[in-house]
Design a protein around this ligand. Structure first.
Ligand SMILES: CC(C)(COP(=O)(O)OP(=O)(O)OC[C@H]1O[C@@H](n2cnc3c(N)ncnc32)[C@H](O)[C@@H]1OP(=O)(O)O)[C@@H](O)C(=O)NCCC(=O)NCCS
Length: 167
């Protein structure tokens, strides 16, 4: 299958499937780029971004296989506070097109679920060149600002580049 033909769906994490989230493995050199599975769920549980944010953890599934996870933290009453907090594809599944397909589904989910959304944001570590390439190719641009927690660059998707995901 061509990378561009990959299709994935997002499954909300619940008691029936959270073990699959916990079993996700990254490459050792990538662990600093993303919050590990248990922590990503804990961030959602404690509503780390604030009570006004909806924190949603999702598994990324291709057919019967869970290939990764994505968590979002969004303030439905804001224009710009829509964050992809974490996204990862399991080490053995990387490079097959799942990451791009998952980003498209996450962006579609955000604009459909939150009608007031005018921008989606994320943080990408300076040394995470593969992820940055993916985000820029989808239309994200560096904001010039850095994340309070990690001091790493923030990226934003807005305007016509975001509108594409509403179609
Ligand atoms: C970043 C990540 C989500 C990409 O997922 P993936 O399934 O490997 O990516 P894809 O196969 O869909 O490739 C998408 C794009 O990513 C970039 N990319 C992915 N692997 C790459 C590699 N080995 N070398 C260069 N670019 C690469 C390319 O821009 C690629 O574009 P293409 O579709 O034109 O080839 C995945 O590598 C990952 O989970 N990394 C570790 C965790 C992480 O860094 N998360 C992001 C935190 S900000």
């Amino acid at each position: 299958m061509k990378k561009s033909d990959q299709e994935v769906v997002l499954d909300p994490v619940d008691r029936s499937n959270f073990i699959k989230l916990f079993n996700m493995q990254l490459r050792p050199d990538q662990t600093k780029f993303v919050t590990p599975p248990r922590w990503t769920l804990a961030r959602c549980y404690v509503r780390l971004f604030g009570d006004n944010f909806e924190h949603l953890p999702h598994l990324i599934r291709s057919g019967d296989e869970v290939v990764g996870y994505a968590t979002t933290a969004c303030d439905p009453n804001s224009a710009h506070n829509y964050w992809i907090d974490d996204i990862m594809i399991a080490a053995k599944e990387q490079g097959k097109g799942y990451g791009r397909a998952a980003m498209v589904e996450v962006l579609k989910m955000i604009v459909e679920r939150y009608p007031r959304c005018e921008a989606v944001q994320l943080t990408c570590f300076r040394t995470n060149l593969n992820a940055a390439d993916l985000y820029v190719s989808l239309g994200f641009r560096p904001t010039g600002g850095v994340d309070e927690e990690f001091g790493e660059p923030n990226y934003k998707l807005s305007g016509a580049a975001l509108a594409k995901f509403r179609e």
